[in-house]
Design a protein around this ligand. Structure first.
Ligand code: SF4
Ligand code: SF4
Length: 443
């Protein structure tokens, strides 16, 4: 059986764009880890070529595709403009439909995709998680060191769970402060909503302070489909995308704002995701054209809310799906640098993924831990008091890695710094609301 069927195989013309120069290799986290050609962008494109030429989808071919984090560092690095993003998206849905998984893989995937894209189910976990931490069971589990050996994916999940704060209830609609400059919708997300509600609350306040009326409709919105599309589950992704478009389409929005990098990159590709759908194709493309990362929109609008000093040293971490997939690097830095008193530090090897990559760190716990610890050391080497990033997955991954190497650092989203500066909070108040690696046994 050929590797690919006729439903969106990787496009031969895009495969042919690769001139095998190898410029992408040093930025590819799997190539950096293992030095294997077939675990590099160039190697994976070669495998796609073989698949198009009639080779079967072998276990080893599927594994090399599975091991790709989808970080898109290779897209940034490629001087020939190879659309690896398009190629791997098409390849993944082929692998997902056509490659038989083992029973263990099927069970793990069923658990992940039955939980993560459902904010209400995730929210139900908050109580048991708090109880688990409060009971001291976590300390006991850590002391036995058995979990990583018996169930590495479960151990990865356990280590990633953030310290939970009391969630702030989001209104359906938040009026603009002063003159209204735009009507914007806001994505609440799944992990962001369940585990980082402070980030959503800060995002809404900052938008309102900058003159945006914010339409949130928390009771009506679900997953945007990012996790599904990034893992080849495109039918599921299309279902989520249609529902989100239905929720906001008639509201007359000027923009739809996203504060999570992975979600933003998926939303901007709704036009491609639903291109075959006769009812939604045009609507999806129109919706996608309104999508903005929070930092993009704030820079586009320009500031009106006065900033108060925030004398704190921060390191800014480029989330891959913001920097590589959306090309948004300058805007968050500009917003942070404009906060009086704030010192911004850069992290070494900024193009290299932290190993989070959606659920890649749960599916591939050992290499993900290695990448996470590498990133954690680079972050700590900056001497910053606070790590700022724009993706909940990166926050959890780096927090867990920092904790494993026995260090500590506060973590926050760009929105939380802007919110603190606009509201005139002091650094101590900001650091109290920031996330922290949760010490074993604490909550
Ligand atoms: S997306 Fe990331 S992991 Fe995948 S081939 Fe490109 S650089 Fe490597
Ligand atoms: S993907 Fe781009 S950078 Fe990488 S080998 Fe091909 S042409 Fe060169």
């Amino acid at each position: 059986m050929n590797a690919f069927d006729d439903h969106h195989p990787p496009r031969p013309d895009l495969v042919a764009d690769c001139v095998h120069c190898g410029f992408c290799l040093p930025t590819c986290p799997t190539y950096v880890l293992w030095g294997e050609e077939m675990d590099s962008p160039r190697g994976r494109i070669h495998l796609m070529r073989q698949g198009l030429d009639g080779e079967p989808l072998s276990d080893s071919m599927a594994q090399h595709f599975d091991r790709c984090l989808g970080c898109m560092a290779c897209v940034t690095a490629c001087p020939s403009g190879v659309r690896y993003d398009r190629l791997i998206t098409d390849t993944r849905q082929q692998v997902e439909r056509r490659h038989p998984r083992t029973r263990r893989e099927r069970l793990l995937r069923a658990a992940i995709f039955g939980l993560f894209p459902y904010p209400r189910r995730l929210r139900l976990l908050r109580g048991p998680l708090r109880a688990y931490r409060a009971s001291g069971l976590r300390r006991l589990v850590a002391r036995t060191k058995l979990l990583p050996r018996l169930a590495p994916s479960l151990a990865a999940l356990e280590s990633l769970a953030p310290r939970l704060t009391r969630p702030e209830r989001l209104p359906r609609r938040l009026p603009a402060v002063g003159t209204r400059r735009a009507l914007v919708g806001m994505l609440t997300g799944c992990v962001q909503r369940a585990f980082f509600p402070d980030v959503n609350a800060a995002t809404a306040r900052v938008l309102a302070a900058e003159g945006c009326e914010v339409l949130i409709l928390p009771e009506r919105q679900g997953c945007c489909g990012a996790l599904s599309v990034h893992n080849g589950r495109d039918a599921e992704a299309r279902r989520f995308a249609r529902a989100l478009i239905d929720t906001f389409e008639g509201a007359g929005l000027d923009h739809f704002v996203v504060n999570a990098a992975g979600c933003g990159s998926a939303l901007k590709e709704y036009g491609e995701l639903l291109a075959d759908d006769p009812v939604y194709a045009g609507r999806a493309a129109a919706f996608a054209a309104r999508v903005r990362d929070l930092s993009e929109l704030l820079v586009e609008l320009g500031p009106v809310a006065p900033r108060h000093p925030l004398p704190v040293t921060v390191a800014y971490q480029d989330a891959c799906h913001l920097a590589h997939a959306q090309g948004v690097r300058a805007q968050p830095r500009a917003l942070l640098a404009a906060i009086p008193g704030l010192t911004l530090r850069e992290i070494a090897d900024p193009e290299l993924c932290c190993g989070s990559a959606g659920v890649w760190n749960v599916l591939n716990p050992e290499p993900a831990a290695e990448l996470g610890e590498r990133k954690a050391r680079d972050v700590l080497a900056t001497g910053a008091e606070l790590l700022v990033t724009a993706n909940p997955g990166c926050m959890m991954q780096i927090a867990a890695a920092v904790q494993r190497i026995g260090a500590t650092i506060a973590l926050a989203h760009t929105a939380q710094l802007l919110d603190a500066s606009i509201r005139g909070l002091d650094v101590e108040q900001l650091l109290r609301t920031a996330s922290r690696p949760s010490p074993t046994g604490s909550r």
